[in-house]
Design a binder for this molecule. Structure first.
Ligand SMILES: *Cc1c(COP(=O)(O)O)cnc(C)c1O
Length: 457
C-alpha cells in the first residue's frame, strides 16, 4: 500500500514562529508552567485543541464572501438548514454560536432538579449545563472504555445493561434524555458502534426516553464504523451518517469540530413543540432563529464544511494520521491510550513519569517538558483538571493522568507529525530529568485554565 497523502494542496500559509530551548524555558517560567498562559506565537506546533482550529478550504473562504448578512431570512441560513436537514434527516434546525450554547438552551428546557441525563460520557460543557439546571449527568460507558491500555474497536460504547438498570432504578419519567457522544471526546475520542446506538435506541424507545446525539465528531465516528463494524465496509459515509442520526430524536453540535469552522454550532430535532421552546430561548440569548448568534458568513462556512468532512479521502487521512503518530510512539515504548482515537493522542503521564507522584501533577510536568524540548503545546487531562480536595485539603486525584495532544484538522503535514513524535520520544528518553510541580495559585473552579505552578527542586 502506498503512503496516504494529505488530500489537499496548500494555497495560503501561516508562518510558524521558531524559538530556542533557552527562550522556551524562560517563556514557560513566565507562564507559571501553565500552557494556557503561553502566547500562541510562542508555540511551534499547537496541539492544545482541535476545536475551532481547523483550516478552512478555498470553498469555505469563498462562502465567507457570499454570506448573506440579512437579519431575517438570510439565504445563508437556508443553505445551512438544508445541509443539516439532508445530513441528519431532522427537519428543525436552530443555529447557535457554539456547541455549549445549544446545550444551554436544551437543558434549560429539559433539565431541572430531580432529573437525570444518561450518556456514554458527557463532555464537560454538556455536564456543566446539565448540572447548572439542577439536574444530574450520569456516564455509563462500557467496560472496555475504562481501560486506556487495552485495545478494543468501540471503546466509546454505552453500557446497555447499566442503562437498563439505571432506568429501572430511577424511573423513566425522571430521565428526559439519553445522550450519545460521538466520538466519545472525554473518553479519548473513541468511537461508538452502530449496533450499540441501535441497542441504546431500543431501550430508550421501550421506556419512551428520547435519544439525542452529541454530534461534534459524527464524521470521524462514521468512518470508524466503516472501517471496523461488520456490514459497513461498502456503505458510503453520508449513508452511515444518515443511519446514525435516524435513531435519534435530536442532536447538538459544535461546528468547531467536524464542520471545519472557527466558530458555530446548532441544534437539530424532530419535535416541533420542543423546537418552538428552543427558538424562544434562542431569541433571548443568541439571536433571531435564522442566524442564532452567528454571522451569515459563518453559516455558509459551516454548511460547506459539513459536506467536505464526509469526503472519504479526507477521513482516511485524518484517522490514519492519528494512528500513524500513535504507532510510532507505541514502537518506541511510550505509554499511550490504545487504540488511537479520532482527533487526538493521549499519553499516560503516570506510566511515562513513574518517579513523579500524582500530588506533583505528572501530566502538567510532561506538558511543560514537551513545550521546552520542542515547542509543542498539549494539555493535561488529569489531577490538575479534575482533581479535588478533601476536608484536610489533601488532593483527591483524577482517575487517570493523561496528556492530550489534539490534532487540528487539515493544519499540519506529515513532517510536522514526524517532528512531534521525535520530540515525544526524545523527552521519553530523558524522562528521569523531569521534575514534579506544585501549585502556587489557583481558582476555586476550572483551575487548570489559570493555575500558577512551579517546579519542585
Ligand atoms: C467541543 C465539544 C462540545 C462543546 O462545544 P463548544 O463549541 O466548544 O461549545 C460539546 N460536546 C463535545 C463532545 C465537544 O467535543
Amino acid at each position: 500500500m502506498k503512503t496516504i497523502i494529505e488530500p489537499f494542496r496548500i494555497k495560503s500559509v501561516e508562518p510558524i514562529y521558531f524559538n530556542t530551548k533557552e527562550q522556551r524555558t524562560e517563556i514557560l517560567q513566565n507562564a507559571c508552567y501553565n500552557p494556557f498562559l503561553i502566547h500562541a506565537n510562542e508555540v511551534l506546533i499547537d496541539l492544545l485543541t482541535d476545536s475551532g482550529t481547523s483550516a478552512m478550504s478555498s470553498n469555505q473562504w469563498a462562502g465567507i464572501m457570499q454570506g448573506d448578512e440579512s437579519y431575517a431570512g438570510s439565504s445563508s441560513f437556508f443553505r445551512f438548514e438544508k445541509t443539516i436537514q439532508e445530513l441528519t434527516g431532522m427537519p428543525l434546525v436552530i443555529p447557535t454560536h457554539q456547541g455549549r450554547a445549544a446545550e444551554k438552551i436544551l437543558f434549560s428546557i429539559l433539565g431541572g432538579k430531580g432529573k437525570y441525563f444518561v450518556s456514554n460520557t458527557l463532555f464537560d460543557t454538556t455536564r456543566a449545563n446539565i448540572e447548572y439546571s439542577g439536574a444530574e449527568g450520569v456516564d455509563l460507558v462500557c467496560e472496555e472504555g475504562k481501560h486506556p491500555s487495552i485495545p478494543a474497536p468501540f471503546k466509546g460504547n454505552m453500557d446497555v445493561l447499566a442503562l437498563k438498570k439505571f432506568i429501572a432504578e430511577k424511573g423513566a419519567a425522571n430521565i428526559p434524555l439519553c445522550i450519545i457522544t460521538v466520538t466519545n471526546n472525554s473518553g479519548g475520542g473513541q468511537p461508538v458502534s452502530m449496533q450499540n446506538i441501535r441497542e441504546v435506541k431500543a431501550v430508550c424507545k421501550a421506556n419512551q426516553i428520547p435519544l439525542f446525539i452529541d454530534a461534534c465528531r459524527f464524521a470521524e465516528n462514521a468512518y470508524f464504523i466503516k472501517l471496523r463494524e461488520e456490514g459497513y465496509a461498502d456503505r458510503s459515509v453520508p449513508d452511515i451518517v444518515h443511519e446514525l442520526f435516524s435513531y435519534a430524536e435530536g442532536c447538538t453540535m459544535s461546528a468547531k469540530k467536524d464542520a471545519f469552522a472557527n466558530i458555530g454550532g446548532f441544534l437539530a430535532m424532530r419535535d416541533e413543540a420542543l423546537a418552538q421552546q428552543c427558538r424562544n430561548l434562542l431569541i433571548m440569548t443568541e439571536g433571531f432563529p435564522t442566524y442564532g448568534g452567528l454571522a451569515g458568513r459563518d453559516l455558509e462556512a459551516i454548511a460547506i464544511g459539513l459536506t467536505e468532512v464526509m469526503d472519504e479521502h479526507y477521513l482516511q487521512y485524518r484517522i490514519r494520521s492519528i494512528e500513524y503518530i500513535s504507532n510510532k510512539l507505541i514502537a518506541a515504548g511510550v505509554p499511550v491510550m490504545q487504540p488511537a482515537g479520532g482527533h487526538a493522542i493521549y499519553i499516560d503521564a503516570k506510566a511515562f513519569l513513574p518517579h513523579i507522584p500524582v500530588e506533583q501533577y505528572p501530566g502538567q510536568a510532561l506538558v511543560g517538558a514537551l513545550y521546552v524540548h520542542g515547542g509543542i503545546r498539549g494539555v493535561e487531562i488529569g489531577s490538575l483538571m479534575f482533581g479535588k480536595y478533601d476536608e484536610q485539603h489533601k488532593l483527591v486525584p483524577a482517575k487517570l493522568e493523561l496528556v492530550r495532544l489534539a490534532i487540528p484538522r487539515r493544519v499540519y503535514t506529515q513532517s510536522h507529525i514526524d517532528y512531534v513524535s521525535e520530540v515525544i520520544i526524545e523527552v521519553f528518553e530523558e524522562r528521569k530529568k523531569i521534575k514534579g510541580l506544585i501549585i502556587t495559585e489557583e481558582a476555586p473552579m476550572l483551575r487548570h485554565f489559570t493555575a500558577k505552578l512551579k517546579p519542585i527542586e
